[in-house]
Design a protein around this ligand. Structure first.
Ligand code: SF4
Length: 1001
């Protein structure tokens, strides 16, 4: 171990604030320096203490430092001392997490950092004699070998210098540094248990649901009007089903603040307990999954008990794959030292994590900022490479363990995309073979929270895309790396001994692998871009490997551009591209950069039909042997039932599932899409599907990279949603704060219980019908049970709403000035919402310095290199911070209290005027296209407004910077929220007088 590591004990410290950089020098001098001065000093300064080195570097106008970091980042020490624990990545956030009192935090000057360091080191010292002491010693030595700057201080704290030999080696009988990274050897094994019997069908009563709710709320809880009614009405979804394919559906609109999460947890937990089954609670985003999971702490306060009864489920690509980790560790010696540091930190986390969830779980959102996002994606199962029972780590695998825990749980918290995928697979499996075991025993009771997103989620789940990226990914899954430096294994390697020596299986496998050469070959995107002589920058060689970042463990090497003659997919893509470039209307550079160019599929370019037929034949030649292979593999399960061991059996089942899900279903969908080329929809009929061509430049792709594809969406995606849910679901609650459009909803004062009395009026009927259409509830045989619970908030007292009428919405400079003025008027705590990333960036660059100057730090999605959850954590923690964001911030942010007191929406959130929207408003609007657009915009405004008030003590202001806002949209705002139109200066004055002022840093 080197002796030249910096010591954290006498290190200088740096924090940023609006006056410049707060500095505590190594001599104890306390200064405030300008950015230019600190950049100069950094040349000679010993390693300084900082918090979030990449963000700090950005503040100084420097590149992110990378690993090993030349600074002592306190977050790295935090990740080492408190693994699997998150914290807002700012000096203040860290201080709060470490229990420092507000008065001591003050303005989070540089002298706070030595205190935080000593608190963490004190905790570390407590660990040196604990059960992990040996592991920590070995890990520290390995980190030291890789040059981790904290290694010296950590080694000293752990007392390692007494244990290390003259060459820095650990005693022979102790855990060795290399072994510290091999976490797969020590993680607990799961044990299979007998399959859970099907749940019983005992109903539950309203009284039981209310009693459970009272228990969850505990003594002296704030009583929320409508919450008990919500729990009560939800019990209808847990009635025994009376007819196959006819689930009981409760459609419940619960205004903001009703407390609907506990309102549905109460009946769901009673039903699960009584019947021995699982209730799946589904929401829209991973972040919201975590919020729901937090609420279950009231149900099971004890961690171990909760772990048995509540499981959070995500797609397998979100979890740490131990086989990928092993491969990464084994090759780390030939990679830059930063990779070893990242893997060591991942090993520290892997031994502490609850479930191995890499995204939005207990791995902090800022982990990737510090140690490289590519190093995280590199150890996840992103490409369906899992080899299941053939994997040496199968019995310690986080994914498999979570799937098994979910089978036994009372409550499974999932997301809409996963639930729909599971239901669709389960339906296909039933059609193919009812004996085909699924990963999850299909649940029968569901709660869909954020129900207003069901149509969007279904649109994603049931659409199909025949694009270069998708087809190239399938080729890689089938053929593997094809000589490139990659771990992609390919089908042959994954099947391995399951087919060797069995001609019945080898023959279709070989035929499929031969036919897979019809899919785009490496370098396809480069060839595609060069087809029309456009002045595009050359695409990056790794364009067909989007999941790997530059800092990935295994970045791809440059592939030679092979001439690929007559590749039918590439021929087809080339013509798609030609058509979309010829027909689309490019609306300026900004739209093109992050959006897409689109055109209708019909009428076709002259050669496109022929190219499509050739491709359909080629894909058919691939699908058929794969189908034969899957069938024959499956037949082995029956033919060799007596001789197959359970591991081989499990592998075969997994491979059959993978062949169907990843290849055959996809190929069938593509062939069906190609068939549509010859069948343009009759002009006067309502289509079931919409086909169009899109040229994408996705944000994660580099300049010059692009994808082109043929897309097929359901006209009404709630049709397939209802179709796949009808059989497995016996009952479901669909809930949201915004199910009905307020313009259709008659306004009557709420009753004392908070339940409106308008259920049977004519207008109300129209609103409910529209809500049923948006959620798919109208496609089930029995009518949904409707319920509406009003928000308990007094919006007239708690909010102010303004439309600013003297801003030129076309001018970024005017827009920026408006944001700056309003954020300054509220003293921070402002959330700025945008409908376009380009305008968000334009505003951010113009106002960030002025806001900093006023002591209001500004953070922004798409600008700051942090994930959304981290940005929201910072926003929640820093009372004067402001945050700019787009759709994700509009819908999923829960910031109670004074941290969010102002929402500024840049313009009316009209639906994006693309081909999909055009067709849907024609065919689904009932002829009222304006009304259709208005409803979408009103629901989005309601969602945004809903961010503002999260408790009865909150106060907040909502501002719309779009003077063109039609009055007919104003019913989006809740009763009592009066909307006033006025100039910017008057709005700022109103904000200043309405919002309570808080002392500013
Ligand atoms: S079973 Fe699959 S996901 Fe799990 S560790 Fe092995 S390869 Fe990775």
């Amino acid at each position: 171990m080197q002796s030249s590591f910096p010591s954290a004990h006498d290190a200088p410290a740096l924090t940023a604030h609006h006056r410049g950089i707060s500095v505590l020098t190594e001599d104890g001098e306390f200064l405030t320096l300008s950015i230019a001065e600190i950049r100069e000093r950094l040349q000679t300064m010993p390693y300084p203490l900082v918090v979030h080195a990449p963000a700090f570097a950005r503040k100084l106008g420097l590149h992110a430092p990378g690993q090993p970091c030349p600074w002592l980042d306190l977050l790295e020490l935090f990740a080492f001392v408190y693994p699997a624990r998150s914290v807002a990545p700012t000096p203040r956030g860290l201080a709060l997490a470490l229990g420092v009192e507000e008065e001591r935090i003050g303005q989070a000057e540089a002298d706070l950092l030595p205190l935080l360091t000593s608190l963490m080191l004190a905790e570390l010292a407590r660990l040196k004699n604990g059960p992990e002491a040996e592991f920590l010693a070995a890990l520290t030595v390995r980190l030291g070998q890789a040059g981790w700057p904290w290694a010296g201080t950590v080694a000293e704290t752990l007392g390692l210098h007494e244990k290390l030999g003259p060459r820095g080696q650990l005693p022979e009988d102790a855990m060795q540094p290399g072994d510290a990274l091999r976490v797969w050897r020590v993680l607990p094994k799961w044990e299979d248990v007998a399959p859970r019997p099907p749940p019983a069908s005992h109903p539950i009563t309203s009284a039981e649901a209310r009693a459970r709710l009272t228990m969850l709320l505990g003594e002296g809880a704030e009583s929320r009007a409508g919450q008990a009614d919500f729990a009560s009405v939800s019990t209808a979804a847990f009635e025994p089903r009376t007819m196959r394919g006819n689930p009981a559906v409760v459609l419940a609109e619960a205004g903001t603040g009703t407390g609907k999460t506990l309102g549905y947890i109460a009946p769901a937990s009673v039903w699960a307990e009584r019947n021995g089954g699982s209730v799946w609670i589904s929401t829209y985003t991973r972040h919201l999954q975590r919020q729901i999971e937090q609420e279950t702490h009231r149900l099971f306060p004890d961690d171990a008990t909760r772990r048995r009864h509540v499981v959070l489920r995500k797609g397998r690509e979100n979890y740490l794959c131990l086989l990928n980790m092993e491969e990464a560790v084994n090759s780390a010696a030939s990679r830059p030292a930063g990779v070893t540091i990242a893997l060591a930190m991942l090993a520290r986390w892997a031994r502490a994590t609850a479930d191995g969830d890499l995204t939005g779980g207990d791995l902090p959102g800022w982990f990737g900022d510090l140690f490289g996002h590519g190093n995280i994606t590199g150890v996840a199962d992103r490409r369906g490479e899992c080899i299941h029972g053939a994997c040496p780590h199968y019995q310690r695998c986080f994914v498999e363990h979570t799937i098994r825990r979910a089978r036994e749980a009372d409550l499974v918290i999932a997301n809409h995309a996963l639930v729909m995928a599971q239901a669709a697979y389960s339906e296909n499996a039933m059609a193919d073979d009812s004996e085909d075991g699924e990963e999850d025993s299909t649940p029968s009771r569901y709660v869909f929270d954020e129900g207003h997103h069901l149509a969007d989620a279904a649109d994603g789940a049931f659409s199909a895309e025949l694009s270069g990226l998708e087809a190239a990914e399938l080729r890689r899954w089938l053929l593997g790396a094809e000589g490139r430096r990659s771990r992609a294994r390919g089908l042959k390697r994954r099947l391995d001994d399951l087919v060797v020596g069995l001609p019945k299986l080898e023959t279709p496998l070989d035929a499929a692998l031969m036919a897979a050469h019809a899919l785009p070959a490496p370098g396809w995107s480069m060839r595609l871009a060069g087809t029309d002589g456009e002045n595009e920058p050359p695409p990056h060689p790794a364009e067909d490997v989007p999941a790997q970042g530059e800092d990935g463990l295994f970045p791809m090497v440059q592939n030679a551009v092979e001439p690929v003659l007559e590749n039918p997919t590439e021929m087809f893509l080339k013509l798609l591209r030609q058509q979309v470039l010829a027909r689309s209307q490019e609306r300026g550079r900004a739209d093109h950069a992050y959006g897409a160019l689109e055109c209708d599929l019909h009428p076709l370019l002259p050669d496109l039909a022929q190219a499509g037929q050739a491709l359909a034949r080629a894909l058919g030649r691939l699908a058929e042997p794969l189908r034969t292979l899957a069938e024959r593999l499956h037949a082995r399960l029956q033919d060799e039932a007596e001789s197959l061991d359970s591991v081989t059996r499990g592998r075969i089942e997994a491979m059959v599932r993978a062949l169907r899900r990843r290849a055959i279903t996809r190929l069938d969908a593509w062939i069906a899409m190609l068939d549509a080329l010859d069948h343009p929809p009759p002009a006067d009929a309502t289509p079931t599907h919409i086909h169009f061509i899109r040229l994408d430049r996705r944000e994660k792709q580099r300049m010059g990279e692009q994808d082109v594809g043929l897309h097929r969406h359901w006209l009404d995606p709630t049709v397939p949603f209802a179709a796949v849910m009808a059989m497995p679901a016996q009952g479901m609650v669909i809930t949201s704060a915004t199910l009905r459009d307020q313009s259709d909803t008659p306004r009557k004062p709420p009753t004392e219980e908070g339940q409106t009395e308008d259920l049977y009026s004519e207008e109300s009927e129209r609103a409910w019908e529209a809500a049923e259409a948006r959620t798919g509830a109208n496609h089930f045989p029995a009518p949904a049970i409707r319920a509406s619970l009003s928000s308990p908030f007094d919006y007239a007292r708690q909010t102010r709403t303004f439309i600013v009428n003297d801003i030129d919405h076309g001018s970024i400079a005017d827009l920026a000035a408006a944001y700056r003025t309003l954020f300054q008027a509220s003293g921070g705590g402002g959330l700025g919402l945008f409908t376009a990333i380009s305008r968000l960036r334009g505003v951010h660059s113009r106002i960030a310095p002025a806001l900093e100057e006023s002591g209001l730090p500004l953070y922004a999605q798409h600008v700051d290199a942090m994930d959304n959850a981290t940005l929201v954590d910072i926003f929640r923690t820093e009372e004067h911070a402001c945050l700019l964001g787009t759709d994700a911030m509009r819908d999923g942010v829960d910031v109670p209290g004074n941290a969010l007191r102002l929402v500024v929406f840049e313009r009316v959130p009209w639906p994006r005027p693309d081909i999909l929207h055009r067709e849907r408003r024609i065919h689904l609007s009932g002829g009222d296209t304006t009304g259709y657009d208005d409803r979408i915009a009103r629901l989005r405004l309601r969602q945004a407004f809903g961010r503002l008030i999260r408790s009865q003590s909150d106060q907040g202001v909502f501002v719309l910077l779009d003077r063109r806002t039609p009055s007919r949209l104003l019913s989006a705002f809740p009763p009592g929220a009066e909307v006033r139109r006025m100039g910017l200066a008057d709005t700022a004055r109103e904000i200043e007088s309405f919002l309570p002022r808080t002392p500013q840093n």
